[in-house]
Design a protein around this ligand. Sequence first.
Ligand code: 4AD
Ligand code: MG
Length: 464
Amino acid sequence: MDIKRSFVKQLLQSTEFNKPVNVKGWVRTKRDNKQIAFVAINDGSTINNIQVVIDMTSFDENKFKLITTGSSLSVTGTLVQSMGKGQTVEIQAKEVEIYGTADPETYPLQKKGHTLEFLREIAHLRFRTNTFGAIFRIRHAMAFAIHKYFNDHGFYYLHTPIVTGSDAEGAGEMFHVTTLDMHKLPKSEDGKIDFSQDFFGRETNLTVSGQLEAELGATALSNVYTFGPTFRAENSNTPRHLAEFWMIEPEMAFYDITDDMDLAEDFLKYLISYALENCKDDLEFLNNMYDKELIERLNFVVNNKFERIDYTDAINILTQSDQKFEYPVKWGSDLQSEHERYLVEKYYKKPVMVTNYPKEIKAFYMKQNEDGKTVRAMDVLFPRIGEIIGGSQREEVYDKLVTRIKEMGIPEKEMWWYLETRKFGTVPHSGFGLGFERLILFVTGMLNIRDVIPFPRTPKNAEF
Ligand code: 4AD
Ligand code: MG
């Protein structure tokens, strides 16, 4: 008899007892004696396992040896109420099919706990642990919630290019994209590489941000967002930096910096509430295993208004504190992670949004303030993370934008398409970028960004 496969999650919630069911998954643990065996199966649908009970008096002993931790099974049997502790239902097995066994001598995920560092080395198998099952289910839920939030708020999902000829942030830390032969690079007369012979007939890179293209969309569709991979070739070996990370970038016409901050706060609170409501089992597991204050912290962020301060206030608070910082604090220099975390964790004890940064430390496209010194940037700083969002109101006045581009030595000619939005029907507009992995770090309570993306790309590391 062919019985439709059920997910473990469905069966654990089912009260349709004494009916035939089928479950497929991987063995987590096995306990047995001569009469009876208990096999815990997980299929990724939930952090919880379903217990399969096997009558050993009629089960082939050699076949039973193949049912090892990590092996894959299809079990058909009867769903019954469980008398055992810790579960409400179990399956009385009638038929067990083994897809693949896992040799206990070599399968690296035996019962004992493993360090997160070790699991990074076996990233191809770490999905099978409770921890990474929980993290990647939460990551999925957050991606879904992001699309839902924007769809419900009248935003269009815009696919901006991954290969680009522009350097959005003027940062110059990009990965080249080329089909030129590295051993025989064509040179022009002045000795420089002749990119006109390259695939796109010009120099191209992997994008660091979809913002500039999102701005083009926003000046017609009003509210758009991008959600895609971005790439930064900076040599930052920290627990919060990846060379390949995912970014969510909404861009809104007719929004000023206050509208931008209101959206950022509402958006973050929505996402965290969504996780609290929809990822309960996984969050409780992570709370118990790694971070006893996780759920409390998530609730706190949802229920408290973010502090909004000026960069200048931030500098004053930092210079007046008796905390010793590794990096000096002075007006004009960028806030380091230690400064951001002092403001959030020690001073305000809640998320902080900082605005009006010195123009020298921010990108060319940010709206210039009357004072001639600061721009309408806004960063959202979170406990344990530091900067989770970076955004701004954009400079919509053509002349001011061109002046700034010239001052910063950005090739004006290459920006012609961007500048035309300021020539034809320009509007005030704003946007921000949320680092997806930093959000997942915060929501899961993990401490290293390598543990919240399936296959991390960091300096000297692109295995798997
Ligand atoms: O502050 P950033 O560089 O801003 C932008 O790229 C703008 N174009 C966004 C916009 O206004 N549309 O990056 C935005 C966010 C940061 O706040 C951080 O959360 C994340 O992206 N981020 C990184 N996450 C992981 N690894 C890295 N190397 C990151 N660099 C930035
Ligand atoms: Mg930033």
